[in-house]
Ligand binder design. Structure first.
Ligand SMILES: Nc1nc2c(c(=O)[nH]1)N[C@H]1C(S)=C(S)[C@@H](COP(=O)(O)OP(=O)(O)OC[C@H]3O[C@@H](n4cnc5c(=O)[nH]c(N)nc54)[C@H](O)[C@@H]3O)O[C@H]1N2
Ligand SMILES: Nc1nc2c(c(=O)[nH]1)N[C@H]1C(S)=C(S)[C@@H](COP(=O)(O)OP(=O)(O)OC[C@H]3O[C@@H](n4cnc5c(=O)[nH]c(N)nc54)[C@H](O)[C@@H]3O)O[C@H]1N2
Ligand code: SF4
Ligand SMILES: [Mo]
Length: 736
């Protein structure tokens, strides 16, 4: 240690989507200490007290398994033989190979994949746009897009929950478990409101740490939420609990809705969803009576295939007919950002009609396509708001893998992977593996040699937390961003992802579109449309203006209420847009229970301390949560002949995964398996890929596009028919 004084700099943790402010102690451009920065977002001491991850930044920044230099594959793909190359060598070679592939197959031969909200993805997407490929992939179809699409169609822009201790009179958490998945203020705010007597209703197929705090828990059969919602709407209308004045003034299609929900009685909901009819009615009453109702839905609903869209449409209808729209204590309708929008940052407008025409989605999907985007955006733009384009048109992974495997309708030969580990987190690992093995060029930007990175031609070392600045936007649909500066220059030869895409862009004739030399410069440009400078932003850590409530009532230049950004200017309970796209105007459900007691798999319920496939390298974390558990009820265990602690194989026709049985309170005939499990400590390289096949639940999931939702392409992570088989095998705690 030198005797130089410690310099304290602001920066951010990147270990989950909240990216809390930290104060970094720095000596000689090396990180020596970390403390919570309570002066900046998220302004809450409690987060740092309960979060187990942030202190790990001190070790992780120089951990022995970090990627520090560009690595080029030598030998067979997946053989785990690498040579260290310079950035220039890597960039020159990648540019030349991409050019050759584009000359032979067209630019659409390049696909890309991203993951959760860990990174700024727009530099990748800007590169893709300028290169001319529409084949960016993501996990949006099962995380986030369904509600962005539904809200936009129904209300003209996405909504956001707006808890208010003085206004909220009931809280609904639907298919979400924030007690495990949310480290931010939100869950603690819920608990605060509960203390003052505001009832909490949770709809979840399992008993969780969240349901444990609820006043009413509806333990629903997975995938039947749309039917429950229709039963609640039926009860609300039948009892006159709806907000007739709001509906009259602001909703379109209420008469159609009344007719439509008649058969969906609470009794039907109770039978289909396997819950008590009194609970359906009580949930309806709590939602509709009293004052503002706050509602947050989660991944439990985004991953239901064909049922996801009617579920979100149903929730939007519930909000609308009870007048819970853009109202304090219920929810707020967001606005576009003052800073440069995602649409502009990604240069989405530069993709030509010919390039858009190569989109793989158009043959299969109607909303998650360029025409679907244009149709909905034409309405939202009436109120001056442009929806983000890249993720709302992102290519369906199944179509990309098919194209890579068959060359139909054209070959996908190259892939960029950034901020994700798709072999663990995308569906259908076996198919994806085959598709990756068939490619000519795979470039992975990473911190670690993940299972996916092990199949790359190049692993490029990304600058991580504290090594790069941060300007985290809210999916391009709100006027909020938070973040701060880097604390130190990147260690070794790591670089910000931005630098890679810019350098590659410069080599490929995109020079004029990458005017900002550094990521911090690019963030300054992003803010240049606002009164705030990048320096000021770094000081306060947040850019935010509350959009205000009741905006539909604001008068426009013509002296009329501005209404909603939809075709009619009203909330579209019955959707002409969906009908035009060949879908139902109103959400449907199931009439009559199916006499089916097949075992149903739900996957991915969040667990601490892990985050998707991240942090499995950490021995301490692994000791805290040593095994991949599969939860079942006591009844299900008995029926399947299982006992607590048994090792089982969970099987579908896609593959199998190992898990350890845990008996809990949950819906019968359901098994809930954790996701993200791999064993970074074990041997890299094919065939094992550091344990990617052992307990990876995505080995059994499917995204086959023909089977699932044709609007957005949502596949099923919750509600998969499966079988379990007990095996006489102990699961390892650590695989060395
Ligand atoms: N079966 C099943 N599968 C699921 C889900 C489920 O519920 N069930 N949930 C889905 C959902 S909602 C999500 S969001 C995804 C999450 O899935 P992913 O986004 O794939 O998440 P991780 O597994 O954490 O992988 C992130 C990787 O990116 C790297 N990384 C982190 N930050 C950066 C960065 O700034 N730059 C670069 N270049 N790399 C970075 C990390 O080292 C890590 O290896 O999983 C999806 N998959
Ligand atoms: N610790 C940790 N935190 C995380 C993450 C992580 O991997 N680990 N991931 C982050 C990411 S990317 C995301 S998107 C968020 C997601 O955060 P959440 O939305 O809270 O996701 P889950 O924890 O999977 O909660 C989904 C719940 O839905 C229930 N469920 C499953 N199927 C159904 C169904 O058909 N109907 C109903 N009503 N419920 C159902 C499950 O039992 C589960 O409790 O969490 C973020 N936070
Ligand atoms: S809540 Fe998330 S961002 Fe904040 S300190 Fe914990 S891991 Fe880091
Ligand atoms: Mo997610």
């Amino acid at each position: 240690m030198t005797d130089q004084p410690i310099e304290y700099r602001k920066s951010n943790c990147h270990f989950c989507g909240y990216q809390c402010g930290l104060i970094a102690g720095v000596v000689d451009e090396k990180l020596v200490s970390l403390d919570p920065d309570l002066s900046r977002y998220p302004y809450d001491e409690g987060i740092m007290k309960t979060c187990v991850r942030w202190k790990k930044n001190l070790d992780v920044i120089d951990a022995p398994d970090r990627i520090n230099y560009p690595l080029k594959r030598v030998g067979e793909r997946g053989g785990d033989q690498w040579e260290r190359v310079t950035w220039d060598e890597a960039l020159d070679d990648i540019a030349a190979r991409l050019q050759d592939l584009a000359d032979t197959y067209g630019p659409q031969t390049l696909a890309s994949s991203i993951g959760g909200p860990h990174a700024s993805y727009w530099p990748l997407h800007r590169f893709m746009t300028l290169f001319g490929s529409p084949n960016n992939m993501g996990i949006g179809q099962i995380c986030w897009n369904p509600h962005i699409w539904t809200d936009s169609i129904t209300f003209g822009w996405p909504l956001e929950v707006a808890l208010d201790p003085d206004e909220t009179t009931a809280m609904f958490l639907w298919g979400t478990n924030p007690a495990e998945s949310d480290n931010s203020l939100f869950w603690r705010s819920i608990l605060q409101l509960k203390k003052s007597g505001i009832p909490l209703v949770v709809v979840d197929s399992r008993k969780t740490k969240t349901t444990a705090r609820s006043d009413l828990h509806l333990m629903i059969k997975p995938g039947t939420d749309n039917t429950l919602i229709l039963g609640m709407i039926n009860a609300i209308i039948a009892n006159g609990w709806h907000d007739a004045e709001f509906i009259e003034k602001w909703c379109k299609g209420f008469d159609e809705l009344i007719e439509h929900v008649k058969p969906y009685t609470p009794e039907n909901a109770a039978a289909v969803c396997k819950i008590a009819v009194e609970d359906v009615i009580e949930a309806a009453r709590l939602f509709a009576q009293g004052g503002p109702t706050a509602l947050l839905s989660g991944r439990g609903l985004d991953q239901l295939g064909k049922n996801t869209n009617p579920t979100h449409r149903g929730l939007a209808t519930l909000r609308a007919i009870t007048g819970n729209v853009d109202k304090p204590g219920a929810c707020v309708l967001n606005v576009a950002s003052d800073f440069m929008t995602e649409f502009d940052l990604e240069m989405s407008a530069a993709l030509t009609p010919e390039q858009k025409a190569t989109s793989l989605n158009s043959k299969w999907l109607s909303l998650q396509t360029y025409s679907g985007y244009d149709r909905v955006n034409a309405d939202t733009e009436k109120l001056g708001r442009t929806l983000p384009m890249r993720y709302l048109t992102s290519a369906h992974p199944d179509l990309v893998w098919n194209a890579a495997l068959t060359g139909d309708p054209y070959p996908i030969k190259a892939l960029f992977v950034m901020g994700c580990n798709p072999l663990l987190t995308y569906a259908d690992t076996h198919k994806m593996y085959d598709a990756l093995m068939a490619m000519d060029l795979i470039v992975v930007l990473e911190y670690y040699k993940t299972s996916t990175a092990q199949l790359a031609d190049y692993i490029l070392p990304s600058a991580g937390a504290l090594e790069r600045p941060l300007f985290q936007q809210h999916g391009g649909v709100a006027n909020i961003a938070y973040g701060g500066p880097a604390a130190v220059a990147p260690y070794y030869e790591r670089r910000a992802d931005y630098d890679f895409f810019r350098e590659l862009g410069l080599r490929m004739g995109q020079g004029e579109h990458w005017p900002d030399e550094t990521l911090a410069d690019a963030y300054a440009t992003t803010l240049s449309t606002t009164p705030m400078s990048w320096e000021e932003f770094c000081e306060v850590g947040i850019y935010y203006y509350h959009p205000g409530f009741y905006k539909h009532e604001m008068l426009n230049d013509a002296g009329k209420p501005q209404g909603f950004g939809t075709a009619s200017g009203k909330i579209e309970l019955a959707s002409d847009v969906l009908e035009e796209l060949g879908h139902e105007r109103l959400p449907s459900g199931q009439l009559g229970a199916t006499d089916d007691d097949a075992l149903i798999l739900i996957t991915g319920a969040r667990i601490q301390p892990f985050y998707a496939s991240s942090y499995f390298q950490d021995k301490e974390f692994r000791a805290q949560h040593p095994y991949p558990y599969a939860e079942v009820s006591a009844n299900t265990a008995q029926k399947q002949g299982l006992a607590e602690g048994d090792t089982v194989l969970i099987k579908t026709d896609k593959g199998e995964a190992r898990a350890m049985i845990k008996i809990v309170e949950m819906a019968d005939d359901v098994i809930s398996a954790e996701y993200g499990w791999w064993y970074p400590e074990s041997a890299a390289g094919a065939p094992d890929l550091s344990g990617a096949w052992r307990s990876n639940i995505n080995c059994v999931t499917s995204a086959d596009v023909a089977d699932f939702d044709r609007l957005v392409g949502t596949w099923v992570y919750n509600g998969i028919k499966c079988s379990v088989q007990r095996i006489g095998e102990d699961l390892p705690e650590w695989l060395e």
